[in-house]
Design a protein around this ligand. Structure first.
Ligand SMILES: NC(=O)c1ccc[n+]([C@@H]2O[C@H](COP(=O)([O-])OP(=O)(O)OC[C@H]3O[C@@H](n4cnc5c(N)ncnc54)[C@H](OP(=O)(O)O)[C@@H]3O)[C@@H](O)[C@H]2O)c1
Length: 307
């Protein structure tokens, strides 16, 4: 099959013929229609996660998939051949920027019927990250105030909508060109990170979803009420600051979950959530897509059309 692979750390993605992945008893084979890309791909590709996530070459890129089931393992009970599905496959199994992708049943969900494969492929990693950050980790509840950094990005565009659905008051940081987009998704307060200082404008917040780390994370402590929380998907350890401000702090990595993806699919079908796609690239333009994402200014998600 054809796949978008790297032959070593730091190399460009090439489309090459590789062996199709092997189906296991608890997995399904998906004919991939669309994939999407995430900043973590560029981090893995550059070799910055060598120790934590060792990979072998040629390595098939891509952690988001939407497609059609073409074969099922002997122990699979919830899916059948012909089902339209989407997933954030476990990254050690097989990459999604390929004609076929093997995904464990527990990481899979039925594609929401109203979404195209491109739209569905844009959701799993970023949508699950937003959901897990706000609910499992952040325990956000109705009436609380949350700040979402980079509300216009892949994670942020889902996070705004989920936070509003939970009944929270939502502030986001982004730049002026994205104000309309984030407001249309439900943001109540929008702060331009280029001209305003969020730490001077906001106070008494219950939760910050930190997508930036560094100085932005450090300054975020100032806007929390006592007992508030920062959930970071990017940050460095700041236990000292957490202690000083009397708040909770956690950095976490999202995890694949078919169950949570099914819940996101329900939010889609209920018109609570919609994916925002910035750009779609053809299969043979994968490296171009990664170069664009690397600039750090995507508005929503970047998708790869496979079939
Ligand atoms: N731990 C995990 O499990 C996990 C999961 C997913 C993502 N992540 C990490 O989370 C981060 C965000 O991911 P993503 O997919 O949302 O990234 P993304 O889509 O690339 O984010 C791009 C957005 O960030 C905005 N932005 C850039 N600089 C900003 C700043 N200083 N303040 C506010 N907004 C800013 C940009 O707006 P402008 O165009 O206006 O600049 C753009 O819309 C990445 O570092 C990623 O690696 C971690």
């Amino acid at each position: 099959m054809k796949a978008g692979i790297i032959k070593d750390y730091g190399k460009q993605v090439e489309i090459q013929e590789v062996q199709a992945p092997i189906l296991s008893e608890d997995s399904v084979m998906i004919e991939v229609h669309a994939a999407s890309i995430n900043p973590i791909d560029n981090i893995v590709k550059a070799g910055y996660m060598k120790e934590m996530l060792p990979i072998t070459f040629p390595y098939i890129m891509g952690y988001d998939v939407s497609g059609v089931v073409t074969a099922i393992g002997s122990k699979v009970t919830k899916f059948k051949i012909g089902d339209e599905v989407f997933s954030r496959p476990n990254q050690m199994d097989s990459g999604s920027i390929a004609e076929f992708n093997v995904v464990k049943e527990e990481e899979l969900a039925l594609k929401p019927s109203k979404l195209s494969h491109e739209e569905a492929a844009s959701m799993p990693l970023a949508g699950l990250t937003a959901l897990q950050a706000l609910t499992t980790k952040g325990k956000l509840t109705s009436g609380q105030k949350v700040l979402i950094h980079a509300g216009s990005g892949g994670v942020g565009t889902f996070a705004i909508q989920i936070a509003k659905h939970l009944g929270a008051e939502v502030a986001v940081t982004t730049s002026t060109s994205n104000f309309e987009l984030v407001k249309s998704l439900g943001a109540d307060i929008v702060i331009d990170y280029k001209t305003q200082k969020f730490e001077e404008e906001l106070s008494d917040y219950d939760l910050v979803l930190d997508t930036m780390g560094g100085d932005i994370l450090n300054k975020s402590f100032k806007i929390l009420k006592k007992g508030g929380s920062i959930v970071s998907i990017k940050g460095q350890d700041t236990e000292e600051l957490a202690k000083k401000y009397g708040v909770n702090f956690e950095v976490f990595f999202m995890w694949p979950s078919g169950e949570m993806l099914t819940y996101l699919g329900k939010l889609i079908n209920d018109d609570v959530l919609k994916p925002i796609i910035d750009r779609s690239y053809n299969f043979d333009q994968v490296q171009e897509a990664y170069d664009y994402l690397q600039l750090g200014h995507a508005k929503g998600k970047v998708v790869i059309k496979i079939k």
